[in-house]
Design a protein around this ligand. Sequence first.
Ligand code: NI
Length: 156
Amino acid sequence: MSELVRFSVSLESELLERFDRFCEKGRFATRSEGIRQLLHQALTDEAWTESSPDAMATLTVVYDHHRPGLVQSLLDVQHGGGECVISTLHVHIDHDHCLEVIVLRGAPSDLRSLADRLRGLKGVRCGDLVVAHVPEPGSAHPAHGHHHGHSHPHTH
Ligand code: NI
C-alpha cells in the first residue's frame, strides 16, 4: 500500500454539510473514507469508458436560440459529427431558451470531442455529458469489476 498523504480542500460550508450528511447516511465511516471511495469510483469510471471501443452517451445542452448563428452552429457541429449523433430531443423551455438532449454513440474520445465542440459554442449555457458503456455482444457481465454502488439483477 502506498504512503498516505494529507491534503486540504476548500469548499463551501453548505456543501461540506451535505457531504457529511451523505457520509452518515451511507457506508462511509469518515470523510476520508467517503472521499477515497468517490475518487476511486470516478477514476475507475474514467479508465473504463476510455478503454471501451463503443460507448453511448447523452449530451444535454441548454442554449439561447436568439443568439445569432448559434442554432446553425449547433446543427453544423452535429452534422460534422456524422455517425456519432443518433438522435436529438428538443424542448422549448421558454421564450428564449431551448434544451436539447443529444444521443451519441461511438468511441468515447470522439464523443468527448464532439461534446466539447458543442458546449464550447458561445450561448450554450450548460453541457452535461453522461457516458454509458455498451456491453459487447455475448458479455453478460459488463459491469463486473466496476463499482456502481448498487446491484443489478443478473440472470445466469
Ligand atoms: Ni426550442
